[in-house]
Design a protein around this ligand. Sequence first.
Ligand code: T46
Length: 145
Amino acid sequence: MLQTIKRYQFKTIGDTRGKLIALEMFSAQVPFDVKRVYYLFDTQFGAVRGKHAHKQLKQLLICVSGSCLIHCDFGDGRKMDYILDTPDQGLLIEGLVWREMKLFSKGAVLLVLASDHYDEADYIRKYGSFLEEVKNGKRNSTSFS
Ligand code: T46
């Protein structure tokens, strides 16, 4: 089981009219086929979202407006926090990683590009079950950037 967290700096195309970012599937910036796009908005102050892991789903998270914090827990004692506060950066999460989205600023919009359709069976929503899955993972390795 490979756990991957990767930060992406997107190329911005800008001129006097403003800025534009284009993301293409299977490119260096989106390393999977996007089957679903969703976004979190109108998030209430103090709300914590996520609180689950995915078995197979790959996600690229982009805070296109405002800011939020993505807390990643690898289930073996290692934990990392990532601030997303600019639309020209993305965070790829792949593999068994417990994630929580919190500290949403007013007006924050968190866009998620996902590698598959919605499937509740792909979720691990109980932290104890997540820890068990990680423990049972035979070749558990992690890569950060
Ligand atoms: C994630 C974070 C960032 C659907 O019907 N279709 C969908 O595509 C999604 C994502 C959710 N739902 C339903 C399932 C629940 O009844 O919407 C309800 C709320 O979903 P959930 O509690 O999973 O929402 P979040 O914000 O905690 O998590 C979501 C994604 O589920 C998750 O993959 O990474 O946004």
